[in-house]
Design a protein around this ligand. Structure first.
Ligand code: UD1
Length: 420
């Protein structure tokens, strides 16, 4: 199993280009199951979750032609359509459940593995199933699989999600595109990745209109048109590099991302002391010597502070002037990085879904274990500013969602090495 060796402390300096968004790509790729005609997706990040999704689509009968040079893929439908999304592929990546809506909408049936829980929380799929049921999907669950089918077509309906869910919103939007009549979805997640999905579908001829803050109206169409679409940049990768600069008194130019999409995060980093300049598609960020603490930071759905940046921000707060509190509102078990950060010298107390972080930590290098995607990158950040050598084990978690992390970090001055 690969590991990282990091010799700190390092300051990040220079320029970094943000890769395509993993989460937007996953939803868009799942939606390609709706198409009869070929569709080209560009700016895909070269990360393991994308490989897994492409394997899943291939197993479902799509032809996949990857062009590694320009990070694009041409996807077309073959004659051998299969409706089984197997456990072996879905277990490694929860976003596998996103093919359910597309399969039933397009093929009329699906057998999809239940994704199961994961370390950060139980993560059920009841909202996905309930909303697809309201569109006319019948299903039962047996031996870990969802057996789903429809009579003729899915039929548009008015659905209010009981709680905001990124995945359930995406699955239902995808399914509604080919449903008969009008679907109105209320209390939707409005993460930029969902807007990227609807922009993609609209470009292909889907009739989708956002009205009000969390409502989307979809009028079903018979088929979608062949298009080429470039996926947005990765919001969380961008936020992670911003934290790296703020944390290490660094000086970074971050390219390829629209700063308006992470206003909440940038305003917070400013409040903590970082100096930030924004242009159309660039962020200039300088870390300051003194990092201020934050009284109470709460993770919440977009446009609020994202759970996917909670671990990274906690590392920054470990070095702040005083005590900070973070409440994790989205996932029930997303503090697994805390035990590892303590090994580097952090003083963090956990009380239910609250982390109380004492500031002024002087991190010292140690051997660490990654537990999930975002927790792993938080350990990398801490190791960058820790004194001495850190070894981070099990970085396969990180490879799920960060493209070429060690190469990008090396270029901006981090002493990091991958050991295979
Ligand atoms: C997506 C993102 C993930 C991010 C999360 C929250 C992808 C591939 N993943 O995950 O990176 O951390 O949004 O921003 O885009 N829930 C239910 N029942 C359901 C669905 C969700 O109870 O059917 C709960 C979850 O357990 C969680 C909350 O709702 O507590 C929000 O989860 P959700 O927004 O659905 O997250 P994902 O789509 O899985």
């Amino acid at each position: 199993m690969d590991k990282f060796l990091i010799n700190g402390p390092c300051k990040v300096k220079g320029q970094v280009v943000i890769s395509g968004s993993k989460n937007a790509s996953l939803a868009i790729l799942a939606a390609t199951l709706l198409f009869d005609k070929p569709v080209e997706i560009k700016n895909l990040p070269a990360v393991r979750d994308i490989d897994t999704m492409l394997k899943l689509l291939k197993s479902l009968g799509l032809k996949i032609a990857i062009n590694k040079n320009n990070k694009s893929v041409l996807i077309s439908r073959s004659k051998n359509i299969n409706n089984l999304a197997s456990y072996s592929l879905v277990k490694t990546m929860r976003a596998g459940i996103l093919v359910l809506g597309a399969l039933v909408a397009k093929n009329g049936k699906a057998i999809t593995s239940l994704p199961g829980g994961c370390l950060i929380g139980a993560r059920p799929v009841n909202f996905h199933l309930n909303s697809l049921k309201k569109l006319g999907m019948k299903y039962f669950i047996k031996k870990g699989y969802i057996y789903a089918k429809i009579k003729n077509n899915l039929v548009g309906s008015e659905i209010k999600f009981p709680k905001i869910s990124v995945g359930a919103t995406e699955n239902t939007i995808i399914a509604s595109c080919l449903a008969k009549g009008r679907t109105i979805l209320k209390n939707c997640a409005i993460e930029p990745e969902i807007k990227d999905l609807t922009n993609f579908l609209k470009k292909a001829g889907a009739r989708i209109k956002w009205v009000g803050k969390r409502t989307v109206v979809i009028d079903g169409v018979k088929s979608l048109n062949s298009i080429s679409y470039s996926v947005m940049g990765d919001r969380i990768e961008c936020g992670t590099f911003c934290v790296a600069a703020a944390l290490s008194e660094g000086n970074l130019k971050i390219k390829g991302f629209d700063p308006r999409l992470i206003n909440t995060e940038l305003n917070l980093l400013k409040q903590l002391g970082a100096k930030i300049k924004k242009t159309n598609n660039e962020i200039l960020i300088k870390g300051s010597k003194i990092i201020k603490n934050v009284k109470h930071l709460v993770t919440k759905e977009y446009p609020n502070f994202p759970t996917d940046l909670q671990a990274q921000l906690m590392v920054l707060l470990c070095k702040a002037e005083g005590r900070s509190i973070i409440t994790e509102n989205i996932f029930e078990n997303r503090f697994m990085h805390v035990a590892e950060l303590r090994r580097l010298g952090a003083k963090i107390l956990i009380k239910n879904n609250k982390a109380i972080i004492e500031g002024n930590t002087k991190f010292e290098g140690a051997e660490l274990m990654s537990s999930d995607l975002r927790a792993s990158v938080a350990l990398v950040l801490a190791a960058i500013v820790a004194k001495g050598r850190s070894i981070i084990n099990r970085i396969y978690h990180l490879d799920r969602g960060y493209e070429q992390l060690e190469n990008k970090l090396k270029k901006i001055g981090v002493n990091i090495k991958r050991i295979s």
